[in-house]
Design a protein around this ligand. Sequence first.
Ligand SMILES: C[C@H](C(=O)O)C(=O)SCCNC(=O)CCNC(=O)[C@H](O)C(C)(C)COP(=O)(O)OP(=O)(O)OC[C@H]1O[C@@H](n2cnc3c(N)ncnc32)[C@H](O)[C@@H]1OP(=O)(O)O
Length: 566
Amino acid sequence: MFDQDELEQIRADRGEWESERLDPVLSKHGERQDRFATVSNMEVDRLYTPEDIADLDFGEDLGFPGEPPFTRGVYPTMYRGRTWTMRQFAGFGTAEETNERFHYLIEEGQTGLSTAFDMPTLMGIDSDHRMANGEVGKEGVAVDTLRDMEILFDGIDLSEISTSFTINPSAVVIYAMYLALADKQGVDREEIRGTLQNDMFKEFIAQKEWVVPPEPSLKLSTDVIEFSAEHTPKFKPVSVSGYHIREAGSTAVQELAFTLADGMAYVEDCLDRGLDVDEFGPTLSFFFNAHNSLFEEVAKFRAARRIWARIMEEWYGAETDEARMMKFHTQTAGQSLTAQQPMNNVVRVTIQALAAVLGGTQSLHTNSYDEALALPSEDAVRVSLRTQQIIAEESGAADIVDPLGGSFAVESLTDQVESETMAYIEEIREMGDGSMREGVLRGIDEGYFQREIQDSAYEYQQRVERGEETVVGVNEYSIEEDTEPEILKVDEDVQARQRERLAAVKDERDDEAVEDALAAVGEAAENEENVVPAVIEAVKAYATMGEIMSVFEQQYGAYRETVHVT
Ligand SMILES: C[C@H](C(=O)O)C(=O)SCCNC(=O)CCNC(=O)[C@H](O)C(C)(C)COP(=O)(O)OP(=O)(O)OC[C@H]1O[C@@H](n2cnc3c(N)ncnc32)[C@H](O)[C@@H]1OP(=O)(O)O
């Protein structure tokens, strides 16, 4: 962006500034640390100048928002046209309690819904399973059958609001239930909007919730992507997630690299099925973490869009803007929150949320200050939603598109994140002999991702313990605390109520119809057909989550992780 003469002049001026201004100050006062680095331990320079972005090509690398490579955002007007979707992740107890929380959030100004399921639902077992004991409704809402889904969305018009479902091994069942519900509400499937997480790669890499092994897990994910591209074009059938990778302790670059690698593996699996990249490409979505290092995070988001646009075009032949465009949801970093002095978390969340907005997110969840202690209380949820509203409506951050674009520091960090991310992607591709799909599967199998993340997590913890990383209120500025905030307690009778409902549904339903529908799911799996149509029929017959997932487990076997110890 600068010509050679200008750069020469800047270099000369900088040398002069260093000797005349900087060195005298350094020799007198020094700096606070020998080395300054982000929370991911990426070293940052004292000062950035045009020299640091001498290779940046405005047209190729930045351009304008709404056009490839989308570094500056996916929409020409970004938040001036519409602010991001404020989408608080919510769910606890039975469908009734969560339905009430959904209505509360909508009344408070939330613009999208996001469903948290309890552990049994996430793992594809029913509330009456012995392994579900003590877990029903604890960390999210319990959903056993379509009846629960009907109650969960009572009074909510599916054509009016988009809903996200954080669900992975059992994603196909929840998707089928949502479609069955849309059919019941008379909402055209083509009109439903929302997102299914349905990202099994990051489960094997970081979050560790699975039922069947990686290959059949991928088959089930791709079945949903294929079905959705044809029947629910406004719905995002996968949210390729870096969030959990980061929460497990990765760096920002690893978060981005592994997530993009997973995304590419899904793309290749779809291409292997003969699907058209310009048809399924626009339905893919992403999900990232927003951590404490403001500029590193903004750089990560901007680099993410640029890399994805280039790879979709150059590697996978995407021709349309929509297929090259990366849209993503962001959640502030739960792992950065502290149980000590919990109100400090409001400040952390504000900075992280600002990073997401300055980085151009489409949708945002701000964590609540009490989340290191329990599921968020209503008061805490309101403050976190207000945080988004203050950023959107008071800070001015939403009024300029890509306001940090052109910052020497942010552009330089964006380049650095991009090149380090690409180095990882190339390594994974090599592991798969040119295939990202095979590289990711092999990386999971050999514990490559897990090891990389563990090493980063360990290094970070050591830095905290050596006092090189400050955690305010924990290893610095701690106080005696004798009060605890009011926290949310889930009713102890939830499990009994949920089990009663499940028993009632089982009593009322037509057992023969259920058996036939489950047999059809088994046949579809055995014949390697797309299982989604059969699962929709099964949920309509009120087959349970556990019954349907057992069919897959029988067909594909249960997964046991090989533990790699280093
Ligand atoms: C940690 C936790 C756990 O594991 O426990 C989790 O995982 S929680 C995980 C929770 N996950 C999530 O909540 C995932 C959420 N994801 C999503 O919402 C999606 O996948 C998303 C990232 C693509 C965002 O979708 P969205 O509908 O909210 O937002 P969009 O950007 O698509 O905008 C909605 C509509 O507004 C339009 N629109 C928006 N902005 C503009 C603008 N400036 N100009 C013109 N149009 C605009 C869009 O085109 C779109 O219209 P049209 O619709 O007509 O195209």
